[in-house]
Design a protein around this ligand. Structure first.
Ligand code: NAD
Length: 354
């Protein structure tokens, strides 16, 4: 086999601690490691009990607990940065899913405070320098090294409470990061290794978790997969799939992880002919000859939604969504045409085999 090599890879300074129970036992050590003395702990209402246990474990190092994280981080209620300043915080610990970590990032963006993330879903936000804010119904995103968490504490026990539907869709959200990283213009051999193993780990764990969501070993495997997939997201430029989901979520209000789950097989089928190496890697990871079909089958087997119609999109919205997705240039292995996007959206709307 020949290897020519033509890539750039940048690694970001992030510490990762991974073990069952780490939320309470390792977070204080990470706060100390970063030299912080008064951190603001943020979470959503769902995660408040465990966040409170983390706050208790932090003792005097916890300045305050702010349980106000909301889906898609609305800037209409920008209380987080003020709370951080009023509490005299010198750092932020964000505890929960992508929405809570998004609030932590919003605070880090406004205040420059260092962020520690303790994720409880497979969204992968904890491994990226990407922030997102929703203002007047439109979602804005950007990249800024200030929002990249300095430490990430992965605790599989936190994910035991994830209901099966959210486990599955959040897991497929993770798969989507790895899929697009494999054919990204800035991919590299190391990213390809992480993406392939992230897909393998996640796709092996999800069927086990659909049967027994409290299987801690499968939880650990899924969270390990989410870490790898999140690292791929943070290191590369996403393509058509993420653009479709961004528009469907931002403009049409579709739910984040479910939308990723529905769209992924169709976006991958669209790109398949232009990304043969990615398809080979995904075939190995999924143990399948036809990765788009295998992902569609996986979602069906696990009881996940498979059509945009099921998520509440109206057929009359497809044309506007296609215009928005095709209207801006972005990296994608296959050229993005209005007609091509329209076909992808129509197939995803109907939920037919890709
Ligand atoms: P989420 O954080 O909104 O959580 C979904 C639901 O699950 C919420 O009701 C939450 O309370 C609940 N939940 C979270 N953890 C739980 C647990 N362990 N047990 C039971 N319930 C739990 O959803 P998400 O999918 O994690 O994140 C989606 C958000 O993150 C979106 O706004 C998306 O844009 C953003 N995101 C950002 C990035 C990035 O790099 N910036 C990456 C991925 C996602």
């Amino acid at each position: 086999m020949t290897f020519m090599g033509d890539f750039t890879y940048e690694s970001r300074p992030v510490r990762v601690v991974f073990r069952p129970g780490a939320a309470v036992t390792a977070t204080p050590a990470e706060v100390e490691h970063l030299g912080l003395r008064r951190v603001l702990v943020v979470c959503g209402s769902r995660g408040e009990a465990v966040a409170r246990a983390v706050a208790d474990a932090l003792g005097d190092s916890c300045a305050a607990l702010h349980a106000e994280a909301r889906m898609h981080v609305p800037v209409e209620t920008p209380t987080g940065p003020c709370v951080a300043q009023e509490a005299g915080a010198d750092g932020v610990v964000a505890f929960g899913g992508g929405s809570s970590i998004g609030l932590g990032k919003a605070i880090a963006l406004r205040t420059g405070l260092p962020l520690i993330a303790v994720p409880s879903t497979y969204s992968g936000s904890e491994m990226t320098p990407v922030w997102g804010l929703t203002e007047g119904g439109a979602k804005r995103t950007g990249r800024d090294p200030r929002v990249q968490p300095r430490s990430v504490v992965y605790d599989p026990e936190l994910t035991l409470s994830l209901p099966v539907p959210l486990t599955v869709t959040s897991g497929v959200n993770a798969l989507a990061h790895a899929v697009e990283a494999l054919y990204a213009p800035d991919t590299s051999p190391l990213i390809a290794l992480m993406a392939e193993d992230g897909v393998r780990a996640t796709a092996e764990a999800l069927p086990l978790l659909a049967v027994d969501p409290e299987d801690l070993e499968a939880r650990s495997r899924a969270l390990y997969g989410a870490w790898l997939c999140g690292a791929c997201l943070g290191a590369t430029t996403m393509g058509l799939h993420h653009k479709l989901c961004h528009v469907l979520g931002g403009t049409f209000g579709l739910p984040h992880a479910e939308t990723h789950t529905v769209v992924l097989p169709y976006a991958l089928a669209y790109n398949a002919s232009a990304a043969p190496d990615a398809l080979t890697a995904l075939g190995r990871a999924l143990g399948a000859d036809d990765p788009p079909s295998a992902l569609w089958d996986l979602a069906g087997r696990l009881g996940a939604p498979r059509s945009l119609a099921e998520l509440g999109l109206r057929e009359t919205d497809l044309a506007e969504a296609a215009v928005q997705v095709a209207g801006q240039p972005y990296a994608n292995p296959r050229p993005v045409t209005a007609e091509g996007v329209r076909e992808v959206l129509q197939a995803a709307y109907e939920g037919r085999r890709p």
